[in-house]
Write a protein that binds this ligand. Structure first.
Ligand SMILES: Cc1cc2nc3c(=O)[nH]c(=O)nc-3n(C[C@H](O)[C@H](O)[C@H](O)COP(=O)(O)OP(=O)(O)OC[C@H]3O[C@@H](n4cnc5c(N)ncnc54)[C@H](O)[C@@H]3O)c2cc1C
Length: 378
């Protein structure tokens, strides 16, 4: 189809999430219609790839192996990169309000700002402990703690709060790292609110990790909720206390509160409600992808696999909307491959009921992750 429209269109992408980087890559591979201007607004130029964070903590990767340079990626695709945090959007006047940049106007918008661990129901959690996201800040806090911890001989207690794949990978990466440093005595606890860890995984994968955590001496506290935290002390289920030295918040995903406040239709958890075209159900000129969005008629897990697959559909639909073409529907796959690392150079593969583990799984994941990063940094 031929684009009849010559009217100038400004497309703004907010957040350098997985879907946007895939969409930018896709958009950079073909000439854009001359009337279309695209900008990416992100609060950081260098984004840390979550799939490689456990390996970075373990020491298998150098920081430079795990970052994507958004500015470079945008330059290649002839997209303007703006480094700033978006604080508010006025959907009526189509204005974006940033903290380090003048107000921006848009014709078409896409939001891919990810999620953050749910902390609001834990007293003191926004002050104490380290949320796993933003990943870069988490990694910096971890390095700072590690450096300070190495200068004392006292025993340490590391606590990870959460029972999903990310929490377990981080716990095992920290365990591996600390067993290769000179810290004399470290205890590890994983606190999981559900009755079992990895609740969305097949029983075989669950049992594998239950067994592995047990073998490493990591205490798993199941079916208990952290209700409060103060300096060096956690409160569990309002009455039990636990001392800690380093706490990682890896609780379930929550949305950035300003999104729901701005008038875009969101679900009761503050995630933007979208249709099968990745378009807001309340505003047809707004798209939302990745962790910050929820589909109105279906539910998909919040992970990088689905976010990445939304990228090409989003790229198509942004251009199609600008040119009055028909949109593509996003069709989520039923099962997805999950590759979970165990701290050392070993990993577990889980796909539906299929389960495998070994050094070869880690080598496979390493290949996938390095290839993924390389396509953006070349
Ligand atoms: C330790 C760990 C390991 C994981 N491993 C895997 C894995 O192996 N495979 C997998 O599929 N999933 C994995 N996940 C899950 C995965 O990280 C997320 O589901 C995925 O990142 C979702 O990506 P996204 O595109 O929604 O947003 P994100 O990748 O979180 O990106 C959001 C972007 O928006 C920017 N941003 C945020 N707020 C603003 C704002 N207000 N203004 C401007 N910019 C903003 C951020 O800087 C960031 O660049 C892991 C998660 C963790 C915690």
């Amino acid at each position: 189809m031929i684009n009849q429209s010559t009217e100038k269109k400004d497309i703004c992408l907010i957040g350098g999430g997985h879907s946007h980087i895939m969409a930018i890559k896709q958009l950079g591979m073909r000439p854009l219609p001359p009337n279309i201007n695209i900008s990416l607004i992100c609060n950081d130029q260098f984004i840390l790839y979550s799939g490689m964070l456990p390996g970075l903590i373990s020491g298998h990767y150098r920081p430079e192996d795990c970052y994507i340079d958004l500015k470079k990626l945008c330059n290649q695709a002839k997209i303007t990169f703006i480094q700033s945090e978006v604080e508010r959007i006025d959907y009526l006047s189509k204005q974006i309000y940033c903290n380090q940049h003048a107000r921006l106007s848009y014709d078409l918008l896409s939001i891919n700002i990810g999620s953050q661990p749910m902390l609001y129901d834990i007293k003191g959690a926004t002050r104490y402990g380290c949320p796993i996201k933003p990943l870069k800040q988490f990694f910096q806090s971890w390095l700072k703690w590690l450096q300070a911890a190495q200068s004392t001989d006292e025993p340490k207690h590391i606590v990870v709060v959460g029972g999903g794949a990310g929490s377990i990978e981080i716990m095992l990466a920290i365990h591996y790292k600390l067993s290769h440093t000179n810290l004399p005595h470290v205890n590890f606890s994983l606190i999981c609110a559900r009755p079992s860890i990895l609740s969305s995984y097949h029983q075989r994968t669950k049992l594998y990790f239950e067994d592995y955590l047990n073998k490493l001496g990591i205490t798993v506290i199941r079916g208990k909720r952290v209700t409060a935290i103060s300096q060096h002390k956690l409160v569990i289920d309002y009455d039990m206390t636990l001392n800690y030295d380093f706490v990682v918040w890896a609780t379930h995903a929550s949305a950035q509160p300003w999104i729901a406040k701005s008038g875009l239709k969101c679900d009761h958890n503050g995630f933007i409600l979208v249709d099968q075209y990745l378009r807001s159900v309340s505003h047809t000129d707004v798209f939302a992808v990745g962790d910050c969005a929820n589909f109105i008629h279906t539910s998909i897990p919040k992970n990088g696999v689905y976010a990445i697959r939304q990228g090409p559909v989003l790229a198509n639909n942004l251009i199609a909307t600008s040119c009055n073409h028909s949109l593509l529907a996003f069709k989520p796959q039923k099962y997805y491959l999950s590759l979970l690392t165990t701290g050392d150079r070993y990993a577990v593969a889980s796909w539906g009921s299929l389960h495998a583990h070994g050094k070869w799984v880690w080598l496979w994941k390493n290949y996938i992750d390095r290839t993924f990063i390389a396509q953006f940094n070349q």
